[in-house]
Design a protein around this ligand. Structure first.
Ligand code: NAD
Length: 492
């Protein structure tokens, strides 16, 4: 009998030969060199400063994958450099931010960098949850999203980037920032320093990046890019709206207009000192700063006197009118026309405001204030200037209601000076704000003189609150059925 060999089917031995040959060529590198996809050129050396969004996203994705391989220790080292530079170089970087933005107060520009470097929560904030029961174990871990697209304000350009970068890298992400154009140079300089140090130490560049020439178009490109997995914006109404309208998940640290209520039970000296400290900090640029004060009539004059005693300058009614005309202006077109702080006075020194009001002033003045009607635009507009309007109210209920109205439903920050628990509770419930501070300056709400942790991105409309590394994570659950759990009967 003759056997016919089917030449179209390879024999078992010829398959074995082919496999052997492929393995040996793979080992020698011959096949890899010819057929593997060409290796992507590395983006190392840019130190986080990019001309366009596509390049930035590619570099940020590469950095994300590298960071993943280095585990928690890699993250710890990276944020350690960001902290160290923010603390050690706070004077030089703070001065440069002040020179570029021309708003706020130099000493606070410096202090903000230092405290964010010191106090933003890091890797230690991450914890996993475990459910253990008759059916085994479920572990919930907090995983990174990947590349985050961020927008930062002019009021704290590098400090916001510092705090965001620490939080986001602690949770294993990388971040690309479209900074405010008015603070773009200091943003790029800080980011370059951070990346150089991180790259030298752990070999990863571009963990935090900036768009060198940021515009509304580059912000839109960043929001829309497929490689960007999460958005985090810090700023006023326009950027908050843009982020909320994006198709991606957004963490929105939006605008505020924090009111203060002072009732008849308050410690008035303490209230005056707190209002002066909070409202004059960095010339009232903080989104949490005291912006308007509603005082019960029976203690109104005493509080006004206490403000003067602790160094603020009281303006007369005519001076308040003169300042209001200069400081609050109409902006926008047609239906979008609205009142806003004028750029020339935003974040400027109290002495300049006093001058604009026609008041005589002295060096080192921190805050000006005056009695106004509730309809004065300083009450409704987030002025970001060291002038605070004081409104006389019949009783605490009127003060709380007016405070509520002036906050515009932003649900950002509110403050009360009182020793009456019912008043505190009523205000807390009605205003429903993310931060509610009692008997202290606004900054106590961020753990500065109060308890809690620090961040300069307080997510208000989206509800995450004072952001932490956990804010920038996605939950992943790993379930093991029956086994591993050591409780139960000994017979397995
Ligand atoms: P801004 O709203 O003018 O600008 C903020 C950022 O958003 C800038 O980078 C700007 O270029 C960008 N931007 C503006 N419109 C945009 C749009 N349509 N699309 C994309 N990006 C856009 O505010 P600012 O003067 O830089 O900062 C002050 C504001 O930020 C205040 O309203 C303050 O309350 C708020 N703020 C909030 C927080 C918070 O944690 N909630 C912190 C700091 C500042």
């Amino acid at each position: 009998m003759t056997t016919v060999t089917d030449l179209s089917q390879p024999s078992e031995s010829s398959i074995r030969d082919i496999v052997r040959q492929v393995i040996s060529e793979l080992r020698s590198g011959a096949i890899g060199a010819e057929t593997a996809a060409p290796k992507r050129p590395s983006n190392a050396g840019k130190h986080g400063v990019f001309e366009n969004v596509n390049e930035a996203v590619a570099a940020s994705q590469e950095a994300f994958e590298q960071l993943e391989r280095l585990g928690l220790e890699g993250r710890r080292k990276a944020i350690g450099h960001i902290r160290r530079i923010s603390i050690e170089q706070c004077e030089e970087l703070g001065r440069k931010e002040f020179e570029e933005t021309q708003i706020g107060r130099l000493e606070h520009k410096i202090e903000k960098l230092k405290i964010l470097g010191e106090r933003t929560p890091g890797v230690e904030f991450l914890s996993s949850e475990v459910f253990s029961g008759d059916h085994g174990l479920a572990v919930i871990e907090h995983a990174p999203f990947g590349v985050i697209g961020a927008v930062t304000p002019i009021t704290h350009s590098l400090p916001t980037i510092t705090g965001n970068a620490v939080s986001m890298i602690a949770s294993g992400n990388t971040v690309i920032v479209n900074p405010h154009p008015g603070g773009k140079r200091i943003a790029a300089e800080g980011v370059r320093l951070f990346n150089q140090a991180i790259h030298r130490d752990i070999g990863i560049d571009n963990l935090v990046s900036v768009i060198a020439e940021p515009t509304l178009e580059t912000a839109a490109d960043l929001f829309a890019h497929r490689g960007v997995k999460l958005i985090c914006v810090t700023g006023g109404p326009a950027v908050a709206r843009a982020a909320l309208q994006s198709s991606k998940r957004a963490i929105v640290a939006g605008p505020g207009n924090p009111p203060v209520v002072v009732d008849e039970s308050a410690d008035l000296d303490r209230a005056a000192r707190s209002i002066i400290y909070g409202a004059s900090y960095d010339n009232n640029l903080l989104c949490i700063s005291e912006k308007q004060v509603f005082v019960v009539a029976s203690v109104f004059d005493q509080l006004m006197a206490a403000m003067e005693r602790f160094g603020a300058l009281r303006l007369t009614a005519a001076q308040v009118d003169a300042l209001t005309k200069r400081a609050i202006v109409e902006v926008g077109e047609a239906n979008h026309r609205h009142l806003a702080p004028c750029k020339e006075l935003l974040g400027k020194d109290a002495s300049l405001l006093a001058h604009a009001a026609g008041a005589t002033h002295r060096d080192g003045l921190e805050l000006v204030y005056g009695e106004t009607d509730v309809s004065n635009p300083f009450v409704a507009v987030e002025q970001m200037m060291p002038f605070v309007p004081f409104v006389r109210c019949r009783n605490v209920d009127e003060a709380i209601d007016r405070a509520h109205e002036s906050e515009h439903g932003f649900r950002h920050t509110a403050i009360i000076h009182s020793n009456n628990v019912r008043n505190m509770t009523r205000m807390g419930r009605l205003l429903d704000t993310t931060l509610f501070i009692k008997n202290g300056p606004c900054v106590a709400g961020l753990g500065l003189g109060g308890e809690g942790y620090l961040s300069f991105s307080i997510a208000t409309p989206t509800g995450e609150g004072v952001t932490t590394p956990l804010t920038f994570t996605r939950q992943r659950r790993c379930t093991l059925v029956e086994d591993l759990r050591i409780l139960g009967t000994a017979t397995v």
